[in-house]
Design a protein around this ligand. Structure first.
Ligand SMILES: *[C@@H]1O[C@H](CO)[C@@H](O)[C@H](O)[C@H]1NC(C)=O
Ligand SMILES: *[C@@H]1O[C@H](CO)[C@@H](O)[C@H](O)[C@H]1NC(C)=O
Ligand SMILES: *[C@@H]1O[C@H](CO)[C@@H](O)[C@H](O)[C@H]1NC(C)=O
Ligand SMILES: *[C@@H]1O[C@H](CO)[C@@H](O)[C@H](O)[C@H]1NC(C)=O
Ligand SMILES: *[C@@H]1O[C@H](CO)[C@@H](O)[C@H](O)[C@H]1NC(C)=O
Length: 360
């Protein structure tokens, strides 16, 4: 009898321990997000393309929660965006600071009523001080050391590239209308109506520039396709678009087809940067469309796969070529040709999200 009681107690305590473990361990990310009545009600962790299902993502729970995605502002299909609705989003490290000044000045010049959110990817104290007077610019902290993948990178460039979508996501909590600009981008005119029209007609995401002639296939490490399956022969057709600058209108459709996957991929190095060699050199010995160049363009590779899959490889649905009078040009050096406008009283107050990155 005593033996039987001992066995029973043992079974009961085993069972109790498991209940406690189940209560304590973080629930599956999607289950957790489903609690919020929001866009995340269809949260998925495996990307599918034409019947092929990718490897499962395991996004870091605490980090994802800190992004406050459930508070994201969404645009609905009947949105009616104006030029002034867009928030420009930028980020730079200290050795791209001077280059970024021309980007800021060109935005101030062409879009004097728009807000610029600028993330500090390790600026110096002096640089930060200088920025407090820049008109329309809100400086935000972004402590990259808190990124779960921070120590997995051997090189800075692929790490910065992976962080781009995280910076964008932090701003989507405040507004659905965003334009990303790298430090090298110079805006040349002040009319976004053609881009807005293309976004509205085709799918809420518009890229402004393409690379020299090569495909996404040529510059994408094959490991990325394990997470994000695609059609590899189709992938050899369109020219690779650049993530240097793009317009994003965050409708549920663009979020579920592109932004969500881009974001969770960015938190898994084997998806966004399985290969840290970002130097892609097309050359005469290689067919730049059908051969792999052995390099990887990180966020740019990932977003090209996602948008081309979504739009069935029809690039005119997400890329606007304005050959005569382009919206932007790219200058990859410290030019400091333009003067950043200074304001004593900043019109734009900061409303930082309460997360451990992205605060002022
Ligand atoms: C989907 O896959 C099937 C079978 O592999 C193929 O025949 C079809 O062309 C594919 N469709 C698209 C849109 O890629
Ligand atoms: C779409 O959004 C606009 C502006 O936020 C709002 O006025 C409108 O009622 C919304 N339409 C629908 C169908 O939800
Ligand atoms: C920031 O820059 C300083 C100076 O170059 C460097 O010592 C430090 O490691 C950098 N921090 C990060 C997080 O990269
Ligand atoms: C690949 O691109 C480079 C640079 O644009 C060009 O010089 C080369 O001729 C291209 N290769 C082929 C086979 O077309
Ligand atoms: C590609 O998209 C454009 C713009 O929507 C459309 O006019 C064109 O017919 C499409 N091309 C194909 C081959 O579907």
């Amino acid at each position: 009898m005593a033996r039987l009681i001992r066995v029973c107690l043992c079974v009961i305590s085993f069972w109790l321990v498991h209940i406690v473990i189940d209560l304590v361990k973080p629930r599956n990310l999607c289950e957790k997000f489903i609690q919020y009545e929001s866009l995340l009600d269809t949260c998925q962790l495996q990307y599918g393309y034409n019947g092929t299902i990718g490897r499962q993502f395991r996004p870091p729970f605490d980090f994802m929660t800190s992004l406050n995605l459930h508070r994201m502002k969404l645009a609905n299909e009947s949105y009616n965006a104006k030029d002034t609705d867009f928030t420009f989003v930028m980020a730079a490290s200290r050795n791209h600071f001077e280059q970024s000044m021309d980007a800021v000045a060109s935005i101030q010049e062409n879009f004097p009523d728009n807000r610029i959110v600028y993330f500090d990817w390790n600026l110096s104290k002096l640089q930060r001080e200088q920025m407090t007077k820049w008109c329309n610019v809100e400086l935000r902290d972004f402590d990259m050391k808190l990124l779960p993948t921070y120590h997995e990178y051997a090189h800075k460039i692929p790490r910065y590239q992976s962080m781009k979508i995280q910076a964008v996501a932090l701003v989507l909590v405040e507004t659905p209308y965003v334009i990303w600009a790298d430090a090298s981008v110079r805006f040349l005119k002040s009319d976004l109506r053609p881009q807005i029209a293309l976004a509205k007609q085709n799918g809420d995401l518009v890229f402004f520039t393409r690379t020299e002639i090569h495909s996404t296939f040529a510059v994408t490490d094959p490991n990325t396709y394990e997470f994000l399956p695609t059609d590899l022969s189709q992938q050899q057709r369109p020219i690779h678009v650049q993530s240097t600058s793009f317009m994003l209108i965050n409708t549920p459709e663009v979020f579920h087809n592109v932004i969500w996957w881009w974001l969770i991929c960015s938190l898994d190095k084997s998806c966004i940067a399985p290969n840290e060699n970002t130097h892609c050199f097309p050359n005469t010995a290689i067919n730049n469309m059908t051969e792999y160049l052995g390099c990887h363009r990180c966020d740019q590779s990932v977003v090209n796969v996602l948008v081309s899959n979504w739009f069935n490889f029809n690039q005119s649905r997400y890329f606007l070529s304005e050959v005569e009078r382009p919206l932007i040009k790219i200058e990859r050096f410290k030019s400091m040709k333009l003067a950043v406008k200074q304001c004593e009283d900043q019109e734009f107050a900061s409303h930082p999200p309460d997360s451990y990155i992205g605060t002022r």
